[in-house]
Design a protein around this ligand. Structure first.
Ligand code: ADP
Length: 269
């Protein structure tokens, strides 16, 4: 089962003026609808924790006023809800930044194996707490690729965090780096980073939609895990900016594999 996520192709040039006008309007309407959906989603996502917090404030003022245990419990919940709003706002800011920069090619170079080792080290405590064992391959070779270190760190942090969140406890997380001598679509040498978990996997019908903003397979579970639903959308825009490709392979009951393919050279355009 495979989903390939690439930039949506523009419609082929149409022959007649009238047809183009109709096409333009429907595309504009579609874009406007997407904007409206996005605003509605953001409002809903922000309102949910806010409503919970407002409710607990009222309870703390009233019935729970003199109950120290209830007060501590409610304060914990309020702290968690505030954390959720904080993550959501950070992810919204990241998303808007990466979308704004998507057309500028990154100017720097990235030590990709070092970046992957660093990201795994940074997430070490969380990986350990989830009882997940990491196996790596190819992370000890010297390699520098064109790219933006902060943004690529964000990509692999999101993918590794997802593998830990949805990979099930006690599982094995594999992170590997390998060279592709000739990548057909990129028309040249490339490097593939794969992040593989042995969690529940994802049903095929969800795969093409996973990188949509706020798309979640199981909303309840994703929210309980602290997810914002924006992680893979951020990943997709950063990978596009790097002229790379994101592949998602998954099999229900076996696990998921996310592959980021990055061109070895800056290339043209
Ligand atoms: P979230 O913040 O909800 O994790 P993401 O954009 O990172 O949002 O992921 C979107 C959805 O894709 C998740 O809610 C989850 O349902 C699914 N998903 C992502 N990674 C995995 C994975 N490794 N295994 C199973 N499901 C995954």
């Amino acid at each position: 089962i495979l989903a390939e996520v690439t930039v949506a192709p523009l419609p082929a040039a149409l022959g007649r003026g009238a047809t183009i006008a109709v096409q333009d309007r429907s595309m504009a309407e579609e874009a406007e609808q997407m904007r409206r959906d996005f605003v509605a989603n953001v409002s809903h996502e922000l309102k949910t924790p806010l409503t919970a917090m407002t409710g607990f404030i009222e309870t703390l003022r009233g019935p729970a006023r003199d109950d120290a245990r209830a007060r501590d419990r409610f304060l914990d919940i309020m702290e968690r809800e505030a954390g959720r709003m904080n993550r959501l706002i950070s992810d919204l800011l990241s998303l808007s930044r990466v979308q704004a920069e998507e057309r500028q090619r990154p100017a720097g170079r990235v030590d990709l194996p070092g970046l992957l080792r660093g990201t795994l080290a940074m997430l070490g405590p969380r990986i350990e707490a989830a009882g997940v064992v990491v196996r790596t391959q190819g992370l000890d070779q010297p390699l520098r690729l064109p790219g933006d270190t902060d943004q690529l760190t964000q990509v692999f942090q999101n993918l590794i965090e997802n593998a830990v969140k949805y990979g099930g406890s006690g599982g094995v997380l594999r992170v590997s780096l390998s060279r592709i001598p000739h990548e057909a679509v990129l028309r040249g040498p490339a490097w593939a980073v794969t992040i593989e978990d042995h969690g529940d996997g994802i049903e095929e019908q969800h795969l093409p939609r996973l990188t949509e903003r706020f798309y979640r397979v199981d909303g309840h579970r994703a929210r309980a895990q602290g997810g914002t639903g924006l992680g893979l959308a951020i990943v997709k825009h950063i990978v596009n900016r790097h002229r790379g490709r994101l592949r998602i392979d998954s099999r229900v009951g076996e696990g998921s594999r996310f592959t980021v393919v990055l061109p070895e050279t800056a290339g043209r355009g």
